[in-house]
Design a protein around this ligand. Sequence first.
Ligand code: 8YV
Length: 315
Amino acid sequence: MSEINVLAAAKLSPLLLPQLTAAYTVHDRLHQTDPAAFAQLAPKIRAVAAGGDSKVPAELIAQLPALEVISVMGVGYDGVDVAAAKARGVVVTHTPEVLNDDVADLALGLMLCAARQLPAADRYVRAGQWPGGAMPLARKMSGARVGIVGMGRIGQAIAHRALAFGMSVAYTARSAKADLPYRFLPDATALAAESDFLVLITPGGDGTRHLINADVLAALGKKGILVNVARGSVVDEAALIDALERGVIAGAALDVFENEPNVPERLRAMPHVVLVPHIGSATGQTRQAMADLAFANLRAHFAGQPLPTPVPECR
Ligand code: 8YV
């Protein structure tokens, strides 16, 4: 164990914590559990380890005068105040690429679940309803139109998979990507109007808060299905619940929510909505790769080597 003090900003993955504690002196959520002890120790903390959904606000950064690096085990880092970190010369790292397949796989899985009503079909068999007759007919997914909001690495992995289902792919993003063969639409409303499935995989944070609002859902229309594997904050959840209840859209499949791990009762009550607990990257293989990369960033920093994956703002 070295004398380098690391604050775990949230409950860390069991795939990361042992590596960290073997190399550093780790203080597990001390700022939350023992503020007095934290105040004593804070001047010695040189690194913060966090998860994709952890909060590392400006106030916490300000309490850590010796802080050098924040390592996020996740591709999303909207919980970290990167501007405050940069202003202090603190570098932020994340874990891109290694989870692209898993999140894209889940997106396609959720599309199938929503279109073919797989969770409801499973419940139908278990409840012994089959002998009483067949289930209502579902919706075909192959050949449908998918609109992807966010065409980064994961968006492209989703598009690639959708092509194998014979789907047509369109997208919206901050700007058109000339090297991609998919149709670009200028905003989410225009994209929704031409999509059967609207799949969200754009970063969270202030820039995309409630990007999907009542108007976008109205444009998606009564045959449309919303799939969110991005961040809960991207969707106005109250507007979504209202749209689902009133039949403004056909259905939704959601991996992320505005106030995780709390999912509104009105959403949970709707049988045509598919709900999963933020499992986009949650396979053993991928979480191991993410943990290893989060650790490799810290190790490189303290060895004075180039960081494997700083966030774009810190490159
Ligand atoms: C997990 C994620 O929530 O990578 C992200 O941005 O949302 C997820 O993979 C988390 O980061 C695991 O620590």
